[in-house]
Design a protein around this ligand. Structure first.
Ligand SMILES: [Zn+2]
Length: 415
């Protein structure tokens, strides 16, 4: 089996890996680079058959539903079979109605935890993992007597930390290559410290929710289901109710998991921001509002109960909530990557909050494993070689892991 990384050997995101065995090929992930703005045109990696003209390309496997792993898929011919987790596909299809971060993948087959599927000469065993995207997998690829394990994006400090520990207890054996993400291996950091966990986020939110006089405006991605759960739990612990928007309610439903906070739960209600109302009217998609009708919350109640509420918030709602009059004593909890604050909508929001004298605190945990956990992973999987991916500092892997074999984008190598 041969491999080549098309993108990801030198950067975080935009992952695309091509594997070849017995003259057939498979692609793992086809991401939009995070160094390029969403929507900006990015050419497809140079894989023969993305246009459907080459049958030796037997499939594309998407490890998880984040744009830096699936974002270029719409450019690929639909005749190339796609594989992804079933709940991940459902989440992306639902998201497509509300956001550019969605897609109807039209999968040919689904990834399931430790259930091997065969695609051409490749035997693929997905391992459900702990990441900030829902239904995310690491992938074991067997072909021509060689074994490669691709971590995808992985962490050990989220709500599914147990699944990471299971991987360490019951690892796949005899790995030739561990293709491992290293988001936290960076040029400017000593890399060895663990940052906040999802549980830390929940605990910090409890304190903030308790000490805020008015409404808490929580800013997190509706597709970050772990964070939705942390927010809900912090609400319960601090005696507040959670107000989600229609997008978040639809995503929670699409997960198909009764254990994830749903619109019909006691302490959850659904607010329809103006932008989503307009979208519903434009698409005549009234079944979407009908589905949450008994659980909706309206402006008067937002004002009246503002000190009892944590509202899922985004910059586009700022003026609307100000006009409703529910921002007195409010506080923003920023619960996303800090880098998003630097771009345009982020900096406009910061200006608005400063003008309105609304304070902001940040409670966030990374979607990616801290280096000590990656070291535990390498020790448990004991691969013959570790190949860096999804890192801006692949050159530093050798400081932390044994048997590192660094590869460059576009180069073929033997697994
Ligand atoms: Zn990623």
């Amino acid at each position: 089996m041969r491999a080549r990384i098309h993108r990801g050997a030198h950067e975080v995101g935009g992952n695309c890996i091509e594997l070849e065995a017995r003259a057939q090929r498979i692609v793992l992930d086809i991401g939009h680079p995070i160094t390029t703005a969403p929507g900006e045109d990015v050419p497809l990696p140079g894989v023969a058959g993305f246009d459907g003209s080459d049958d030796s390309l037997v499939g594309i496997v998407i490890s998880h539903p984040h744009p830096d792993h699936f974002g270029l898929l719409p450019k690929v011919s639909e005749s190339v079979p796609r594989y992804i987790g079933e709940a991940a596909a459902d989440v992306l299809r639902e998201a497509a109605f509300f956001s550019p971060f969605g897609l109807d993948v039209k999968p040919a087959g689904f990834l399931r935890h430790r259930q091997t599927i065969e695609i051409g000469p490749f035997r693929i065993t997905p391992f459900l993992n702990d990441h900030s995207a829902f239904d995310a997998y690491s992938l074991l690829i067997d072909a021509e007597g060689r074994r490669l394990f691709y971590t995808g994006d992985i962490r050990a400090h989220g709500r599914k930390a147990g699944i990471f520990e299971e991987l360490l207890r019951k690892p796949p054996e005899n790995l030739d290559v561990l293709l491992m993400e290293g988001t936290h291996i960076r040029a400017e950091s000593n890399c060895t410290e663990r940052g906040a966990s999802e549980k830390d986020v929940e605990d910090a939110c409890v304190e903030t929710f308790k000490s805020t006089e008015g409404m808490v405006l929580a800013m997190f991605s509706p597709q970050n289901i772990d964070r939705l759960v942390s927010m809900y739990r912090a609400c319960v612990r601090s005696g507040r109710d959670l107000v989600v928007d229609l997008y978040a309610a639809a995503i929670a439903k699409a997960t198909g998991r009764a254990t994830i906070p749903q619109a019909d739960w006691d302490r959850v209600s659904v607010y329809l921001p103006k932008s989503q109302k307009a979208k519903i009217i434009q698409a005549q998609a009234f079944e979407r509002t009908d589905a949450v009708k008994p659980h909706r919350i309206y402006p008067e109640e937002l004002v009246e109960r503002r000190s009892e509420l944590v509202t899922l918030f985004r910059g586009s709602m700022a003026r609307e909530l100000q006009q409703i009059g529910c921002l007195g004593g409010a506080r923003v909890v920023w619960s996303m990557w800090h880098g998003y604050l630097r771009n345009d909508p982020g900096s406009k929001l910061t200006e608005f909050l400063e003008r309105e004298e609304i304070p902001m605190v940040s409670h966030h945990a990374s979607g990616h494993a801290y280096v000590p956990d990656l070291q535990r992973l390498v020790a448990a999987l004991a691969p013959k070689r570790v190949v860096p991916i999804h890192s801006f500092a692949g050159d530093r892997f050798a400081e932390f892991f044994p048997r590192v074999d660094r590869r460059t984008d576009g180069e073929w190598w033997e697994v």
